[in-house]
Design a protein around this ligand. Structure first.
Ligand code: SAM
Ligand code: SF4
Length: 335
């Protein structure tokens, strides 16, 4: 049930009932599209939200109508107090979900069950162990692959996120779709997006259209089923007839879906971002520590939200690398 909240309604009438909280800027992988090769300057730990502050900020948003919180990062499971944070958040009347690289998720299955986490998004950009190492700079393919099956067997709803990049992993598109033949997962193909330090080039992005064309060469028209998308869904969903799982395309670059956006983001250092691509942030953590009224800052963030991609509506503007310079790296935003 979405509470009618003026505070979380923007000037285009979009109600924000979905908060993504980044728990850390750290990660046990180094995916080249997310973490700059030279690394990122980490925020000193005293300037990051502690477990109590995560809960207090979450509580405030829930009181204003947020009913869905996703924990992300960096890699949320590397935080030592991840169990404590999740346990506290599970007291709130919300749906909690998680985005993880699944490297260590096997250690948290009982906790995830206890805290009613149902939906888990796992990043996996290749089905090949050598390639995994090339993309992530770590040799953890076997762990991740095994853990995906563990999550499925444990009854979680699993979505697998793959960032498709030309010449890197786009040759695996059909293998990913064939994975859904026997596995009840949703494989989602995310268009490679530009963020600080990730050497984005439009030519590297595999677009919605590229994917659809490729599908047409492999599957017959009657095999490919377009599924009905849920409200606020960022994904255009499909299925191959008779397959257990589904797949989808997240086309932020070539076909943005901002008119339905219901998301806000809280970074690990407690800054509120109204859009992935916005470099304008409101520092809620400092305000919380100073016991200031937070609603004023939240109002500025929400009412300042632009109609499309932080004002980069046209492809020309969005594809101009200079426009992305003032934003953070994805690893410090929280995807
Ligand atoms: N570590 C966790 C993981 O990898 O799932 C959570 C954080 S990660 C930043 C969240 C999501 O952002 C992942 O699915 C990842 O693929 C996606 N992502 C990161 N950088 C991206 C980029 N440049 N373009 C598109 N998606 C990106
Ligand atoms: Fe880490 Fe996730 Fe970014 Fe990969 S995508 S570097 S796993 S935060």
């Amino acid at each position: 049930m979405i509470k009618e909240s003026d505070l979380l309604t923007d000037s285009f009438g979009r109600k924000h009932n979905y908060l993504r909280i980044s728990l850390t800027e750290r990660c046990n992988l180094r995916c080249s599209y997310c973490m700059p090769l030279e690394g990122v300057e980490l925020t000193p730990s005293e300037n990051l939200m502690n477990a109590v502050e995560v809960f207090e900020l979450a509580q405030l948003f829930v009181a204003e109508g947020v009913d869905k919180i996703r924990l992300t990062g960096g890699e949320p499971t590397v935080r030592k107090d991840f169990p404590e944070i999740l346990t506290k958040l599970s007291q709130l009347p919300i749906e909690i979900s998680l985005t993880t690289n699944a490297v260590a998720i096997d250690h948290f299955i009982p906790l995830l069950k206890k805290t009613r986490v149902q939906n888990i998004n796992v990043s996996l950009d290749t089905l090949d162990a050598n390639r995994f190492q090339k993309i992530t700079f770590r040799n953890y393919f076997d762990r991740v692959y095994k853990n995906i099956f563990l999550l499925i067997e444990s009854g979680f709803q699993v979505k697998i996120n793959a960032v498709l990049m030309k010449g890197v992993n786009d040759d695996e598109l059909i293998d990913f779709i064939e994975f859904t033949k026997k596995q009840p997962v949703s494989f989602r193909f995310i268009e490679f997006m530009p963020f600080d330090g990730n050497q984005w080039k439009r030519e590297k992005t595999v677009s919605y259209e590229d994917i659809i064309n490729r599908l047409g060469q492999v599957y017959k028209k009657e095999q490919l089923i377009r599924l009905k998308d849920r409200p606020n869904d960022t994904t255009k969903n499909f299925k191959i007839k008779g397959y257990k799982g589904t797949f989808g395309i997240i086309s932020t670059v070539t076909n943005p879906f901002c008119d339905q956006c219901n998301r806000l983001r809280l970074t690990a250092n407690g800054h509120l971002k109204n859009c992935l691509f916005s470099n304008k942030e409101q520092d809620l953590l400092t305000a919380l520590r100073n016991k200031e009224d937070l609603t004023h800052r939240i109002k500025i963030a929400v009412s300042g939200k632009k109609a499309i991609r932080a004002g980069m509506a046209s492809p020309e503007r969005f594809e101009d690398e200079k426009q992305h310079k003032g934003n953070r790296s994805m690893i410090t935003i929280g995807g």
